[in-house]
Structures are given as C-alpha cells and as structure tokens.
Design a protein. Structure first.
Length: 268
C-alpha cells in the first residue's frame, strides 16, 4: 500500500501529474516563442498597433525550398502594407467588413488571395507542373471523352462569353486544372475546372443516342460574362505562377458570393 509513496504523502501519481503539467506549460511557451521567431504579428484590430513584446530574440528560421530555390528567412520587421478597401459593418471589435470597391478584384472575403511566390509550381523532377495539354509529356484526352476545345462557354448570367481555346493539365496529379477561355474580345482567361460543368456528353446521352442533337457547351456559373474581362490574366503565355494560381482561384471562388448582388444576401 505504501510502496507508491515517495516521501510523506507525495506519491507517483502526483509526480506524474506535475511532470505532465510542467511539460504542457513549457510546450505553450515554446510554441509562442517559435511563432514570434517566425514573425507572427500581434495586432490590435481597432488601432492597428503591432505589439512589440517578444518572447525571444533568437536566430531567424531558414526554410529549405525544393528544386534548388534556396532558403526563405521570414522578416518580422518588414510587414505587408495592406490597405483593406472595406469598412466595418458596425462599430465593434471583430465586426464583419463591408467592401467599398469591387471585392473580387480587391480580394475581399472568399475572393482573398495570398502573395505566393511568382514562379511556377514544379513536379518532383523540376518540370512546370501545370501546362497546356500540348506541352505535357504524356497526357491526352481520350477519344471517347469530350475534347472541349472549341466548345462555347456560358457564364452565370446565361450569356455566351466565348469558347474553350485550350486545356491546362496537372502533370503531377494527371487531371485537368484549368480551361482556357477566349472571350469575344480576344482575351484569354484561365477558369478552374472545378467551377466548370460540361453539358451535352453525359451518361444519358450515351444511353439514348436519339438526343445526340443536345447542345454541347461548358457552363461556368462562378462569374458573369462581363466579369471575364476583369479576371486575372497570365503575365507570360504558357506559364502560370503560384501567385497567378491563387489570384485566379480566388477570383472565381469569390464570384459565388460577389458576382451578383443576390449572392451576397441572406438566403431567407
């Protein structure tokens, strides 16, 4: 009975609890030190003041990047100067922001993007990961699948915005990432495949050949036809950078809330 006692009434179970409690407190302090070392800001939402109290002044971290890109050392003294084009909905800490401009272009809410690196994502062997299908090494569209190139593209407002001019594929995952849409004005826009719906080549069409005359088109209901003209475009033809990927994904994703006034209103 008394074998578990170390000294007096201090037993092994109490020692284990104290050791766990001490370890947990040390872990909290360690994680906070590491987050400050990486430049994690503590900012007051009302005043915008950045708290300068640090838990450590140790060496900054270096991150090894793949494919010989070198290292990246976060700088906690150089912070992004971001002017948010929005105002609080009401006077209170944590109030939602109401956009004052075009939220899809300004990157508000679901249309927000990250300032990623301005070089292409690469495969394990150093090739550009996302490329037009003609530039891929082994990817093709099977003959029994819709080829899509040349198909008309219908936007959220029901207007035909242009046609599919190319297909961009992911060489690492072997799937379609983007459809290149050429608008009626000649602008080429990459639209994420996840927001596209292919009409005219479904299972019902295969089972009932009699409806072969069904219209074939690609529907992109994320944005309207006019918003294709303000969609982010590629800086270099045939190459998409990580930064451009984030901008494009954010633009089309934000369209589900901001493309039309009705989408940003409550359902009820």
């Amino acid at each position: 009975m008394n074998a578990a006692y170390i000294v007096g009434t201090f037993d092994v179970a109490e020692l284990a609890f104290l050791l766990f409690f001490g370890f947990f407190i040390a872990l909290v302090f360690y994680l906070n030190r590491e987050s400050r070392r990486e430049g994690y800001p503590l900012e007051d939402e009302d005043t915008g003041r950045v708290h300068s109290i640090k838990l450590t002044d140790g060496d900054k971290k270096s991150f090894q990047l793949p494919n010989g890109r070198g290292t990246y050392v976060p700088e906690d003294v150089a912070r992004d100067d971001v002017n948010v084009p929005a105002v609080p909905a009401f006077r209170s800490a944590g109030a939602p922001l109401v956009p004052t401009g075009d939220p899809m272009i300004d990157g508000m809410g679901p249309a927000a993007w990250a300032n990623r690196s301005k070089y292409p994502d690469l495969t394990f062997d150093g090739r550009p990961r996302i490329v037009p299908i003609a530039q891929s090494h082994e990817l093709v569209i099977p003959d029994n699948d819709p080829q899509l190139v040349g198909w008309p593209v219908v936007a959220a407002d029901g207007a035909t915005v242009g046609k599919v001019s190319d297909i961009w594929v992911d060489q690492a995952e072997h799937l379609i990432r983007y459809l290149e849409v050429e608008t009626s004005t000649g602008k080429k826009v990459l639209a994420p495949m996840m927001v596209a719906v292919v009409h005219g080549n479904g299972l019902l069409d295969a089972l009932l050949p009699i409806i072969d005359e069904k219209p074939k088109f690609v529907e992109i209901d994320a944005i309207t036809a006019a918003q294709f003209e303000t969609a982010p475009a590629l800086e270099t033809a045939g190459i998409i950078t990580r930064y451009e990927e984030d901008r494009i994904q954010a633009y089309f994703g934000g369209g589900y809330m901001y493309a039309t006034p009705e989408r940003s209103e409550a359902c009820l």
